[in-house]
Design a protein around this ligand. Sequence first.
Ligand code: GLA
Ligand code: ZN
Length: 683
Amino acid sequence: MNYGPISRKIPKMIHGGDYNPDQWIHYEGIWDEDFRLMDLAHVNVMTIGIFSWSSLEPEEGRFDFSWMDQIMDRLAAEGKYAILATPSGARPAWLSQKYPQVLRTNADRTKNLHGERHNHCFTAPIYREKTQHINTELANRYKDHPALIAWHISNEFSGECHCDLCQDAFRNWLKKKYNNDLEQLNHAWWTSFWSHIYTDWDQIQAPSTNGERSVHGLTLDWKRFVTDQTIDFMENEMKPLRELTPELPITTNFMGIFEGLNYWKMARSLDVVSWDSYPMWHHASTGHVNIALETAFLHDLNRSLKGGKPFMLMESTPSVTNWQSVSKLKRPGMHLLASLQAIAHGSDTVQYFQWRKSRGSVEKFHGAVIDHCGHEDTRVFKDVSEVGKALEKLDDIIGTSVKPEVAIIYDWENRWGIEDTRGFNNAAKKYPETVIKHYSGFWKKGVAVDIIDMEQSLSQYKVLVAPMLYMLRGDIAKRIEAFVKDGGTFVATYLSGMVNENDLCFLGGFPGPLRNVLGVWTEETDSLHPEEFNEVNVHIEALNGKTYKVVDMCDMIHLETARSLATYASDFYAGQPALTVNKFGEGQAYYIAFRNNQDFEEEFYGHLIQELQLKPVLEARLPEGVSIQTRYDENNTFIFIMNFTEKTQSLDIGSVDMENILENISEHGKISIEGYGIKIYKK
Ligand code: GLA
Ligand code: ZN
């Protein structure tokens, strides 16, 4: 299927960025220059107003849209478009001065002074009223404006407020969840531990750095509440926009796997997902390939958040950031490659923070399309217009997606549970890293993957991988059983099936409700110091009887109905099973009892890919650091081949001629792709 363009007004790949013309009101001629340079940069959509509240409403109730009117009209006149942001991410000083209620209270219960951004109370009725008011003004004013194509709510929602209003809202949230029954809450939170039984709702306080931190049910519920309250705040902002511009899509910009908010829940309120991507390209110790891998995972996550619907790369830097510890320039080729990597994984936009470098304040040295020199004769500007020109050739890709046969679970609540827990290897929990390591097994072979949480449907997949599925919520165990029974292949690892949604341990043996499908019982988990390792000897032929290093954590398991495929090599558990498979119904379930920091996942999944005949995009053997992704609809298939190494690589793309749409030539057979090069083929 094809999802269509993000906005029907502009059936083009979107190229643009955060544009702050209000910073330059007193600089004559700058706006003319901006518009001249927009054409040269091949940009078509600007995002405006993100942090413009104090210029749009300089005094309470007095609005001044004059600069925005001019910019919107000019965009429309020049055939360009606008994404309009709501300004709640940073508020005017008069608002904090008059209504201190809007200031955020920190976890230690100190109240912030006015300043910075992203630091309001999500509950304060006056902030909700004020944000809704200015949003209504914006929507009323621009609802029929030909330039307006979408709304960008606030900016990078994050953080939590611990003021009395938020504490009350939290208690009300708990009352609803626990049916007004403190006893239910006391049981769910296991409060008989350390004499923590609550006898009055008002005794409950949000977790604090100088208060309660040890009741895991409380910390989990607080995090759930923070997500819900952020959504509630966001929906309050969205209300007038939905009423006045029902046809316009709404998004807010996410931050990868930002820990504080469950994006699966937030995405439900949005029409399109967008995110801000700032990989540390060329980081010497991480290595090119690992950075490309992590970024690929994050793009796939964002595509998956709305079930495969194309997302927006809302922010990326045309050159450097100014907040990473080392602001390293993108090497020639990397800007185009990184931008099109997003497209390869399902983005229909390449947008930047920021269009023009600000003259002052903290972000004046953050990369931008236009530097302080003010003209187009720069390396970065040329890189940006190269991306613009490339995107103009990719209109047929708009709205296409991918339907992977593999899903990997990355679940926010599971992550919160793992972060909270004390025990095993506290120094090396590494949940996100582990998920990405498993993902790499498919990425390196060019097999597409969806990233899901444990609430998504499983039925469309052949393989389900759930690294460190410590927490089992809802009916996930039942659905995994049904999935395997019907012929699916399930892969679980150490530290699985240990607690329920309240972080209460499953009684009767781990991996709890997954014990049946996995056919093993986990008796103990050993943790290793950084300088220690064990080994596993693999007995399956496909892995050549190889030996792999065991690091950080490994489970001691007993076979029930499963069969052993590998054993530990040393220590008191030498000879015990380390990798198992269990036939279950029509399918099979693997248990990987150990962590490995080498190429086990790559080889193990390579074996599964072959055994299950999963379809890679191309039958080609991929050189190290070369990634292949695909997007398609019923009419076309697009193949992206990306070289994330510095050196020229070659591979065989098969005997059928394909159209290389960036270079406008046909190719088949052995092709070569230069360092940081990208090729896009239409099949
Ligand atoms: C975030 C913000 C932007 C800007 C960039 C800098 O993504 O949304 O306003 O501060 O970081 O990288
Ligand atoms: Zn608050």
